[in-house]
Design a protein. Structure first.
Length: 367
């Protein structure tokens, strides 16, 4: 038993970090001083010799110190016992590696739920507020935090839906009185025909703006989308047939070039609104007796007009809601292109604009 008594009183070890702070120690001691070639007072008032070594190449931020009393060394010298400093060092190092491995594995296992939570939270956006963070398999310490975050999402989703419902309801309620006002103006005998024309144009413009607000509210609510695989060329043909009466007023020819058959997962109604807005915008900005070109392939869809293009200083703002170019002569609420962007985002497509021969709107199917 004398060996254990000597080891417990005459050999100490300490693991330090690069700032010389104690990480692990065999005693309740926080700090030692000294190097491998100096001796210093020990805890039992005897002299101690210190040996310092870095742990390994991968753990070069940590240093292990072995403190051996002068008395122990003298005992080994007297009894002709080989010094056991290296043995002690190897035992301590092996123990440290085992404990460190266990700690690292435990930390990694503990952080797995946090990594999953981080991935799910990154997928939540205003377009999919119905998603929630998973609560199964979480440590008890993290579960209350996730429940709180999900409850915040519940309130946020409820507030967002209330806002959308208010917008939609208000727009619906305004459509009926506008229709009545239009009928009253048309039948009023005391109003001149010239004034009737002006009033009816203003009423129709206001009704169009309200309709665009409804489309915007619908485009922002992803729960309204019903996706199904459709032949894109057939959907575009329907829009061209619908919009042709507007094109005929300016004698504009709509050219549709299909490079290859394209089938995509789309919401048919929203795609109709998307193409209708883009074609109306192209027709409005094209001169009389010109062309609007639609190009379709598996990677993208473009709609190009024959106008003067978009001023470079205005390109950053064209997708903003209610934005209209300065000195524009075409009436509108400034919502059509913003609606198009919402629809493309809901389909995981990318919409951007640039100038070619005229203004060109480019929809990338593969992001």
């Amino acid at each position: 038993m004398w060996v254990y008594e000597i080891l417990s009183n005459d050999i100490y070890f300490q693991i330090l970090d690069k700032k010389n702070r104690t990480i692990i120690s065999s005693l309740e001691v926080k700090q030692y001083h000294g190097t491998s070639e100096h001796h210093e007072p020990g805890l039992n008032k005897s002299e101690f010799f210190t040996v310092s070594r870095p742990l390994s190449n991968k753990l070069n931020d940590f240093t292990i110190k072995i403190y051996t009393s002068k008395r122990l060394i003298e005992i080994f010298e007297l009894t002709n016992i080989e010094p056991i400093t290296k043995v002690v060092f190897l035992v301590i190092l092996t123990t440290f590696i085992i404990i460190s491995s266990i700690i690292l594995i435990t930390i990694k296992y503990t952080l797995i739920p946090l990594t999953e939570i981080s991935k799910h939270s990154a997928q939540i956006s205003p377009s999919n507020l119905e998603k929630r963070l998973p609560t199964s398999g979480l440590p008890n310490e993290i579960r209350p935090l996730v429940f709180t975050f999900n409850s915040i999402l519940d309130r946020l989703e409820a507030g967002f839906k209330s806002q959308q419902e208010l917008l939609s309801t208000t727009a619906h309620e305004l459509k009926t009185p506008l229709s009545i006002i239009r009928g009253e103006v048309e039948l009023a005998p005391s109003i001149s025909n010239e004034l009737k024309t002006i009033l009816i144009q203003d009423i129709d413009l206001l009704a169009r703006q309200i309709q665009q607000i409804l489309h915007l509210a619908e485009a922002q609510e992803t729960l309204n989308y019903k996706f199904k695989y459709e032949q894109v060329s057939e959907l575009i043909a329907e829009v061209i047939n619908f919009i042709s009466r507007i094109a005929k007023k300016k004698n504009i020819k709509i050219i549709f070039i299909e490079k290859e058959p394209v089938q995509l997962l789309v919401d048919k109604g929203m795609f109709f609104t998307l193409m209708k807005n883009l074609l109306e915008n192209a027709i409005n900005h094209s001169p009389f007796n010109s062309e609007v070109t639609i190009l379709l392939n598996k990677e993208y869809l473009t709609v190009e007009d024959s106008g003067t293009g978009i001023e470079s200083c205005n390109l950053p703002y064209i997708f903003n809601k209610f934005w209209r170019a300065p000195n524009r002569q075409i009436s509108g609420a400034g919502l059509g292109i913003s609606i198009c962007q919402k629809i493309t985002s809901a389909h995981n497509w990318k919409l951007h604009a640039y100038n070619q021969l005229g203004a060109c709107f480019h929809i990338s199917f593969k992001i």
